[in-house]
Design a protein around this ligand. Structure first.
Ligand code: ZN
Ligand code: ZN
Length: 904
């Protein structure tokens, strides 16, 4: 244990709460004391490791990109993980939350390229090695920002186990996996139509392409039939690709074209002869029923070409200029070529017509360039065999999704899975462990975890490594075990795999979650986690998804500076209904801030009342519990039970709500009010045992609240806990409340419930009748004998809370003349008004008030019936008006009741 001394104990919390000061102080202490680092004994035996494994709880962070900085999305997902891991740590688990970052191939390469461009340099100038050095330098300098920000947020990550997807160990795991899959026949190289970004000059996975609905044109082009005056008309949205046509296809049963199949067409502009073929793929009802076949530039045409043995012709270069196979158009950019092709066709009278046509155009996720379906040689993983066990895992509920609706989404994708293109034409990433023998005529391909020195076939020493790197997700899909030392059988791997929970955004359920499950099954023989919690999307007050490009995403660091990390954490969880989106508005962080202040002020009061008493040394037997004590202890037990249950089922906002409601509305609003007379100086003289009990119970419940609140507000709770009498060294590792059965006291809760309702009813009547707050009032209650007994026994408690000077409670009580009335649990409650209120003046006030409210009610109603308003106003404005209407209706009812009370 370190010698680091805890921040000085503050004897009284007699200063305003300053989150910035407190939050800066505690994180370094937690780190130095190693609370976030679960330790395994050195040289542990297999049995010891197996025992530790039983108590482990591990979460692997979705590694943020090294290029990243904290967004509101991160705040939500990291806070939820921290809530769980802090809770499990307090439950006594061997809790590990493993941090790290992702090298983010294409994103990082683009960032560094942009930086070079600003300096007038380029990666080609630097060469591969120089460029990669430049990226590493960038990573050292800027890549740690998000980790620092996670510390600021209070994330209890084990930094001693931090990993990077391109560190040495992970490189080894990546290479090992590639080689194993290759040897198993699950990695192959093939010509394939990929999504190609002509700017990034790399293949993109389907998920890296954004499709946008665009207004385009559909061009109808006439292809002359050889030796005839006739034509076949085909339609296309990308006419420049016709230069690579190798056939025209029609449906086999299409009578219109039956005689044409087998005939030859002359491809315009290229004068190339191409056949008419029949293929099931063609839909006779679409367009003219005849389609051009361009295997090198369209995925469906590629399949047709393969079925008919047609050689693809690549008419474009990787940068989307036309290739030397494009005849007169060679060298032109694709869009310039399109224009020129159309002009030439029009000149020749071969452009039959042009229709307006909506089409979906793919754009590069990173640079927004229009992607090109492009034929190239790439590496692939065969996914079907890997998907089978992962589908089974979800079907057998070995992996469960929260909320459950995501199971369907997962299943759909997994059962329609396509092979995964894993090669990327980038420099930043894991180099593909494949070498090509350069000896003339050999052509051997060597795949190994280490660079081979000689060709295994011909013995040649001239080997060239594949230029490409692996898709970023090829390292992330191994994250849950590569980070623990795999392929070595490390103690960490034995204890902490599989993880216990994955928390991540639903947008990467395929990119990452599904692939991790597949990798876990394939390489560990076990899924990497039993539970996947897919968190909400963060939206602004207008319901738009927060994004950098919209500029509607506040900087969480600035919010933390203004409100505190605890306030931000608590608010995001508190506001996020399970399975729904988080509508976030910075101002709502006041919820968390006010709550922090409320707890602080309650603690200050308790601390003041405790004086020299150390409540942690007082035994239960020394207490003389009253109804209020038994009630608050029982309510706390219930709150602890609920909070734990909600956390177990990942109902995070219900958990936050349970603590909030109990702490604020039961403990602060009621209990701390109710004990005032007992623990006052006067009370301590007349009943020392009662005063001591009040102090001990108030402290005990407050400490319990701090424990339950700790996962949500780690800094505040540590500071307050340390400032009050306590046992143990930190709330971080102090045990989670486990309520004893004896603490539950249903009778006390029922009795207090009745009294509280009664007080609330009297307060309500006072407010409705507009009585000054300090005015003492008499109250008459008609209750049956049992209820009368219960209330009489505790009426001392009630007096001060409702400012009641005298109670008349009996089964025979009757309405005392002019009186306001209410009904509580079947009892009639009257507040006599004669002598308290100037009845005439009050009647006039009520009439005036009723006029005003009715007027407002009428105008709100009219607004909500106005179709024009409903159609044009923003959703939240309409919602506000609706809520206003409900409130006004309630006010009218209240005024009516008050008016009736005055009538009698
Ligand atoms: Zn791009
Ligand atoms: Zn060779």
């Amino acid at each position: 244990m370190s010698e680091n001394v805890a921040p000085e104990r503050v004897s009284a919390l007699d200063r305003p709460y300053d989150p910035a000061e407190v939050e800066a102080r505690w994180y370094p202490v937690w780190l130095e004391r190693g609370y976030f680092t679960p330790r395994l004994p050195p040289d542990a035996t297999a049995d010891q490791l197996a025992a530790l494994r039983k108590s482990h709880y591990s979460i692997f962070i979705p590694p943020p990109n090294v290029t990243g900085s904290l967004t509101m999305g991160h705040v939500l997902v990291q806070t939820l993980q921290d809530v769980v891991i802090r809770w499990r740590r307090k439950e006594g688990d061997l809790a590990l939350w493993l941090p790290g970052t992702d090298h983010a191939g294409i994103a990082t390469q683009n960032v560094v390229e942009r930086m070079l461009a600003e300096q007038g340099r380029s990666r080609h100038e630097l060469g591969r090695e120089g460029f990669v050095r430049e990226v590493w330098a960038w990573k050292e300098k800027y890549g740690d920002l998000i980790n620092q920000q996670e510390r600021r947020l209070g994330c209890s990550l084990d930094w001693t186990r931090e990993r990077f997807t391109m560190d040495e160990g992970l490189n080894r795991a990546v290479t090992e996996v590639f080689v194993r899959l290759y040897r198993k026949g699950l990695v192959y190289r093939g010509h394939y139509i990929v999504n190609w970004c002509p700017r990034c000059l790399t293949a993109l996975s389907d998920e890296e392409v954004n499709h946008e609905e665009t207004d385009g044109q559909l061009y109808h082009i006439k292809y002359p039939i050889k030796g005839s005056e006739k034509f076949v008309t085909v339609a296309t949205t990308r006419p420049e690709t016709m230069l690579g046509d190798v056939a025209v296809a029609v449906a086999p049963k299409d009578r219109r074209y039956a005689k044409l199949v087998g005939k030859t067409l002359v491809l315009p502009l290229m004068r190339r002869e191409i056949p008419v073929i029949a293929d099931e793929y063609v839909d006779p009802k679409f367009g003219t029923g005849a389609v051009k076949v361009t295997p090198a530039h369209d995925p469906n045409d590629f399949a047709i070409g393969q079925r008919h043995g047609l050689e693809p012709i690549v008419v474009m270069n990787p940068d989307a200029t036309m290739s030397d196979k494009a005849g007169d158009f060679a060298g032109l950019d694709r869009f310039a070529a399109r224009k020129r092709v159309l002009e030439r066709l029009a000149d020749l009278g071969l452009l039959a017509r042009t229709d307006q046509h909506k089409l979906s155009v793919g754009h590069c996720d990173r640079c927004d360039t229009v992607i090109e379906p492009y034929l190239s040689l790439q590496w692939f993983v065969k996914m079907k065999p890997l998907a089978e066990p992962a589908i089974e895992a979800a079907r057998k509920k070995r992996v469960k999704f929260f909320p459950t609706r995501w199971t369907k989404v997962y299943m759909h994708w997994m059962t329609h899975i396509r092979d995964w293109c894993i090669s990327r034409q980038l420099w930043w990433g894991h180099r593909i462990p494949v070498w090509y023998c350069q000896a003339p005529g050999c052509g051997e391909i060597l795949v190994d975890t280490r660079a081979p020195e000689r060709c295994t076939k011909c013995g040649g020493a001239e080997l060239r490594q594949d230029e490409d790197v692996l898709d970023t997700w090829f390292s992330s899909w191994l994250w849950p075990f590569s980070t623990l030392g795999w392929p070595d059988e490390t103690p960490d791997l034995r204890v902490f795999y599989p993880g216990s929970l994955l928390v991540t955004g639903p947008d990467i359920i395929f990119f990452w979650v599904a692939r991790m499950i597949m990798a876990g099954d394939e390489f560990m023989g076990e899924e990497p986690f039993p539970h996947v919690y897919l968190n909400s999307i963060v939206r602004d007050a207008q319901g738009r998804k927060m994004s950098k490009s919209l500029g509607n995403s506040p900087d969480p660091i600035e919010i933390m500076n203004r409100y505190g990390a605890d306030a931000l954490r608590f608010t995001t969880v508190f506001l996020t209904p399970t399975g729904q989106d988080l509508i976030f508005d910075e101002k709502r962080c006041e919820t968390g801030k006010f709550f922090a202040n409320k707890i602080w002020n309650a603690a200050r009061l308790v601390s003041m009342r405790l004086g020299d008493l150390d409540p942690t040394t007082v035994k239960d037997a020394q207490l003389s519990l009253t109804l209020t004590d038994r009630w608050i202890l029982s309510r706390f037990a219930r709150c602890a039970q609920d909070t734990t249950r909600f956390l177990k089922t990942y109902r995070f906002n219900d958990a936050a709500n349970a603590v909030y409601r109990f702490a604020w509305h039961e403990y602060c609003d009621w209990y701390l009010e109710l004990v005032k007379p007992r623990w006052s100086e006067e009370g301590a003289v007349t009943d020392p045992a009662g005063a001591r009990t009040a102090r001990v119970v108030a402290h005990r419940v407050l400490e319990g609240i701090l424990h339950l609140l700790h996962p949500f507000m780690p800094f505040l709770t540590e500071e307050v806990w340390q400032s009050l009498p306590h046992q143990g060294e930190s709330i971080t590792v102090a045990p989670w409340p486990k309520p004893k059965r004896a603490s539950f006291d249903a009778a006390a809760e029922a009795d207090m419930g009745l009294l509280m309702e009664l007080v609330a009813a009297v307060r309500n009547l006072r407010a409705e009748m507009n009585l000054p707050p300090a005015k003492m009032v008499p109250v008459v209650v008609r209750a049956d004998a049992r209820q009368s007994e219960r209330i009489r026994a505790h009426r001392d408690l009630l007096g001060p809370l409702a400012r009641v000077e005298s109670w008349t409670i009996s089964p025979e009580a009757t309405r005392p003349g002019v009186a306001a009335s209410a009904v509580v649990q079947g009892m009639e409650v009257w507040l006599p008004l004669t002598g308290l209120v100037d009845l005439d003046a009050e009647r006039m006030r009520l009439a005036r008030e009723a006029d005003r409210v009715l007027g407002e009610l009428e105008s709100t109603r009219r607004k909500l019936m106005n179709q024009d308003f409903l159609a044009k106003a923003k959703k939240e404005v309409v919602e506000r008006e609706r809520q206003k209407l409900v409130q006004l209706e309630e006010t009218v009812a209240k005024l009516k009741r008050a008016e009736e009370a005055l009538r009698a």
